[in-house]
Ligand binder design. Structure first.
Ligand SMILES: Cc1ncc(C[n+]2csc(CCOP(=O)(O)OP(=O)(O)O)c2C)c(N)n1
Ligand SMILES: [Mg+2]
Length: 322
């Protein structure tokens, strides 16, 4: 990464972090309908991978999707309005936190059903392969999702058809309230390796390492080598579906939390900037200032008119179920 690229990546990561912290604060205040799955700690994965997708390439996500949408280029105000279910939200304020989608930025959508995004993304990759334009598709998933039956089917089918699909596994070591090692004795990399799918294991808290591996894997996908998996080892700073700013202390071992707090992706990137002689503080401050404006605007936006409930929920021309 060049200095300018690292500054841009650091700013994007800061924006996601502050955005998520604001969302958690508003969740605690009862302002956010439904569940919120924060991505604090995962920022380097979203920003590093999406630094290398082209604007025409589709991205598919899961419920922990705010950072993915923002890193795809979605307007932070439209994302915040969607999470708060307000007018002008990405989906008209009808989808909420877990169902962000932004066609203009080729963010196909997020699924709240664990692993459901994987076969969907394989279908998109099949479409891209048939179009023959050399585009790849990026899909994000958790480490638990790779244990689902559809993950096996997606990877084996994608390998057989040589689909241009980059699966990005955000391996945070947890699956809801259960540590991953209590669910499977195979790591994501072992599981994927066993299926014969090419993969890379990276430090998901180092945006430079993530970006460089993603660039290589995306190039392989575009060149017709078949699917690839990027396993990014990381950690969630908050917890699964948190309803306030503070992590309940009984939830995670303190030593584990401390270990990962010492490996914060924002600090890793900030240290990289300092090593280049760049002060990260104003970069972070400008991201925070932007988010403060977004929060104020979104909170001042009214909820959708009830009459809009039936608009834009079906493909134009579709007459409804027979
Ligand atoms: C099909 C299905 N089963 C169960 C759930 C409940 N659930 C939501 S998230 C989750 C854990 C997923 O863990 P992982 O894939 O590691 O993603 P993470 O939440 O850690 O990002 C479960 C079991 C669900 N949403 N969908
Ligand atoms: Mg997980």
């Amino acid at each position: 990464m060049t200095e300018a690229e690292l500054i841009a990546a650091y700013r994007a990561m800061c924006l996601i972090r502050v955005f998520e912290e604001e969302v958690l604060g508003m969740t605690a205040a009862g302002l956010v309908p439904g569940f919120v799955h924060p991505c604090t700690g995962h920022e380097a994965v979203a920003v590093g991978v999406l630094a290398h997708r082209t604007p025409e390439e589709w991205v598919v996500s899961y419920y922990r999707c705010h950072g993915h949408a923002l890193a795809c280029g979605s307007d932070p105000l439209a994302v915040m309005r969607e999470i708060l279910t307000r007018q002008g939200g990405l989906c008209g304020g009808k989808g909420g936190s877990m169902h962000l989608a932004d066609r203009a930025n080729r963010f196909l959508g997020a699924s709240s059903i664990v692993a459901a995004q994987l076969p969907i993304s394989a279908g998109v990759a099949l479409n891209e392969q048939r179009a023959g334009d050399g585009r790849a598709v990026v899909v994000f998933c958790g480490d638990g999702a790779l244990g689902a039956g559809v993950a096996y089917e997606t990877l084996t089918t994608a390998r057989h058809l040589r689909l241009p699909l980059l699966v990005v596994c955000e391996d945070n070591g947890w699956q809801d309230h259960t540590p991953s090692h209590e669910v499977s004795s195979l790591s994501p990399a072992e599981l994927v390796g066993g299926l014969g799918v090419g993969h890379r294991l990276v430090d998901g808290n180092d945006v430079v390492e993530v970006a460089s591996a993603a660039a290589e894997l995306l190039a392989e996908c575009r060149a017709g080598a078949g699917p690839r998996v990027l396993v990014a080892r990381t950690y969630l700073r908050h917890f699964h579906a948190q309803s306030g700013r503070d992590v309940p202390p009984e939830y995670r071992p303190a030593a584990e939390v401390d270990h990962w707090r010492g490996r914060d992706p924002l600090e890793v990137a900030a240290n990289g900037l300092l090593a280049l002689g760049v002060d990260p503080a104003p970069v972070r401050a400008s991201a925070a200032e932007e988010v403060a404006g977004v929060v104020a605007d979104a909170l001042a936006t009214p909820e959708p008119e009830p009459a809009s409930a039936t608009t834009a929920v079906a493909v134009a021309g579709w007459a409804g179920p027979a």
